[in-house]
Ligand binder design. Structure first.
Ligand code: ADP
Ligand code: MG
Length: 701
């Protein structure tokens, strides 16, 4: 039987198939494969989700709601309810002279009969506070022989990610057999020991044995939070593997060639002279970083992050001109027509006086106009602006040198790669500049964007007065409307934002229409406009234009205005149901005001009562307007998956690392990553294989 074959001493036991383990036949191997466990080392790194403490018995009198505990006691009474659906209630008593209720909703008759009064039970479960006191719902239990003392576990019991047909007990058994094959420290360790010592990292062998088999006296609370040094060691290595895999991806791109775009700077100088303002120091610095990248014959992959209003458009325009000076074409893409249109207006205003034509390739450009624009682009028109459809619909460029993508946070690594490949021409890959208005905490950016260089515009243009923010209960809605009337009487303009999340576009539109009717009635005499996602692009544009021109005093809108709207005279914003929105979105919305010189305010209307999380979010919004701080808070409150957007959650799912908890490890991860790549590339490769698997995650890279 092959399963019995001994592992040859010379082979690397980690990379042998799980079938070498005693007792692992084809059926078990298949169940393990469903969990992605194919090699022995996959079992080493299949880490517990949590632990159960069955090493001791807790007296019922010491139980508290929320605890998970093991109790031993005698069945005092049994009740079977049949009225609506079967339910089995078992009252369990112990020496502490307290009673715990065990409740079962699914049970067999035979099972019920075995739980007769007088039976001794050992139970493990989560304690809840029920109507009749403390209870456990569906605890795990075993019957005890009436006088023998219960056998307690010597170690904490790990709970692993499991799958149907493969329970904890068998999984723990097979993992135990795999651990028996763990090689000695020296051959298991891929991080050079000197670096481990420098960073105070536990040895890998020790860490693995500890997390799979914590001793009875281990600190369960610390383990549950993932803060034990053994877990920290594993999290470090996992983050390192992820970092290395992104680096490798990026190295592959860097080996490709790009046109070196070193223009003479003439167009850029002309633009700066024509501007009514001077660029901020941050804009200047970031523009220089971009220009240096563009001048190299390797593809730039740079993310520019800057708060709303920090002036990313100017940085993009300067990059575009650098490409145009060097005789290449530029494509600028934005996620919505509205935002693309805003870029079009800015670019035409800034570039056309310099003799640089700007083509418009949005979805609404149809027929002859579209054919002509496409032809001009194919013949080498310098700049083309549109939505992402621009790249997807087979637009041909003559000499595409730079792709600018706005609002990066909606895309993941895969999307970035796909876009870049679109623009490929022969052996040359265009440079890529990505703009994001959602600041990402620096630590997170390092982990999420190791394949990109990151520049931050961390300074706002001068003369902006911070937006004053208040949270107001919906009960005071009439006062808020009165305030809008007063502001508009002084010539100011206001946004009224209707938010309905998780509902259909149609319901959102309806809510906006209702609010529009309400405000039109309450503010009789003031022109109130409406813009929502169900309107035709032409109607939306007309409403926006009227608001921009001042013909509309109050604009009722859905969150379509989140991105890209720039009306400096609008200095008041009311956000309905603000308690339902996340920090990133609230911050984006609020960024629509405070763009002119007048002091602006933002009213966060909420529907009481406020939950804890919503209260914290609204407090953050009241306390700060700094996008980076808000992003840090967001990370704290929601976790990295959501901060980065759902698309990236999949790519950042870790077995043990948690970016919010382990962010402090990232500087060390970077340092070790660099050393490994430079001095031990084979070890770096093995680390990626160990944690991520050869082909698995970036198969399309
Ligand atoms: P965002 O980073 O949100 O895209 P924009 O590029 O739209 O910001 O800039 C916001 C506004 O600030 C625009 O009206 C822009 O013309 C203006 N602006 C940009 N840079 C400066 C500057 N250095 N000084 C003054 N105003 C500026
Ligand atoms: Mg912008």
């Amino acid at each position: 039987m092959p399963a019995r074959a001994a592992v040859p001493a010379a082979a690397d036991p980690g990379s042998t198939p799980v079938a070498v383990l005693p007792g692992v036949g084809p059926a078990l191997a298949e169940a393990l494969a469903r969990l992605g466990l194919e090699r022995v080392q996959d079992l080493w790194f299949h880490l517990p989700l949590r632990y159960e403490d069955r090493t001791r018995i807790t007296p019922i009198a010491e139980l508290r709601p929320g605890m998970r505990a093991q109790v031993a006691g005698v069945v005092e009474a049994v009740e079977r309810g049949f009225r609506y659906r079967p339910q089995l209630k078992v009252a369990l008593g112990d020496d502490s002279r307290q009673t715990l209720l065990l409740r079962f909703f699914h049970f067999h008759r035979a099972q019920a009969e075995l739980l007769a009064p007088g039976t001794r039970l050992l139970c493990y479960g989560e304690v809840r506070l029920g109507a009749a006191g403390l209870e456990m719902v569906h605890p795990q239990y075993q019957r005890l022989a009436s006088d023998a003392p219960p056998t307690l576990e010597a170690l904490l019991s790990p709970v692993y990610p499991a799958t149907e047909g493969l329970g904890q007990r068998r999984l723990a058994g097979v993992i135990g057999k795999a651990l028996a094959l763990l090689p000695p420290e020296a051959s298991l360790e891929l991080i050079p020991p000197a670096l481990c010592a420098e960073l105070g990292l536990t040895s890998l062998r020790e860490a693995l044995l500890y997390v799979h088999r914590p001793p009875a006296d281990a600190d369960l609370a610390q383990l549950t939070q993932g803060r034990h040094p053994a877990q920290r060691r594993l999290a470090f290595e996992e983050l390192l593997a992820q970092h290395l895999s992104l680096k490798r991806l990026r190295a592959a791109v860097r080996r490709r060639h790009a046109p070196a775009l070193a223009g003479d700077g003439a167009l850029r100088r002309q633009l700066l002279q024509a501007l009514p303002f001077r660029p901020t120091g941050a804009q200047r610095r970031v523009a220089e970083e971009v220009a240096a990248d563009l001048a190299r014959p390797r593809p730039m992959l740079r993310l520019v992050q800057g708060d709303v209003g920090s002036g990313k458009t100017l940085v993009a325009a300067l990059a575009a001109l650098a490409a145009v000076e060097a005789g290449h074409q530029v494509a600028l893409m934005a996620p919505t027509e509205l935002l693309a249109g805003q870029h079009l207006a800015n670019f035409r205003r800034w570039l056309e006086p310099l003799g640089v034509a700007v083509e418009w390739l949005a979805g609404k450009v149809q027929g002859r106009a579209r054919r002509q624009a496409l032809q001009r682009v194919a013949e080498g028109a310098p700049v083309a602006i549109g939505t992402h459809a621009l790249m997807q619909e087979g637009v041909a460029f003559a000499r595409l040198g730079l792709v600018i993508v706005d609002e990066q946070h909606r895309f993941g690594v895969q999307q970035r790669l796909a876009l870049r490949d679109k623009g490929r021409e022969g052996d040359l890959v265009p440079h890529q500049l990505v703009l994001t208005a959602t600041p990402i905490p620096r630590t997170l950016a390092m982990a999420a964007y190791a394949d990109l260089d990151v520049s931050s515009i961390d300074e706002l243009p001068p003369g902006r007065t911070p937006v004053r923010t208040v949270a107001v209960s919906n009960a005071r809605r009439a006062e808020v409307i009165e305030r809008i009337r007063a502001a508009c009487a002084e010539g100011r303009q206001a946004y009224w934002v209707c938010t309905l999340i998780e509902e259909s576009e149609q319901l959102r539109a309806q809510a906006a229409e209702v609010a529009h009717a309400e405000l039109s009635a309450a503010l009789a005499g003031l022109p109130v406009g409406l813009v929502h996602g169900r309107m035709k692009p032409k109607e939306k544009q007309a409403a926006m234009d009227a608001f921009k021109a001042g013909a509309i005093a109050v604009l009722v809108a859905t969150t379509v205005i989140e991105v890209g709207v720039d009306v400096p005279n609008a200095s008041l914003m009311v956000i309905e149901n603000s308690e339902r929105l996340g920090l990133a979105q609230l911050h984006q919305l609020r960024g629509r005001v405070g763009r002119g010189a007048t002091a602006s305010s933002c009213v966060l209307l909420y529907q009481p009562p406020l939950g804890q999380l919503a209260r914290e979010r609204l407090n953050v919004m009241r306390e700060t307007t700094d996008g980076f701080r808000i992003a840090e808070k967001d990370l704290e409150l929601r976790g990295p998956g959501e901060v980065l957007g759902t698309r990236q959650t999949g790519q950042l799912s870790f077995r043990i690392a948690d970016l919010a908890r382990d962010a402090h490890l990232l500087p060390g991860v970077q340092r070790v990553g660099e050393r490994l790549l430079a001095e031990h590339p084979r070890r770096a490769q093995a680390l990626v294989e160990r944690w991520i698997g050869g082909a698995a995650r970036y198969a399309h890279a």
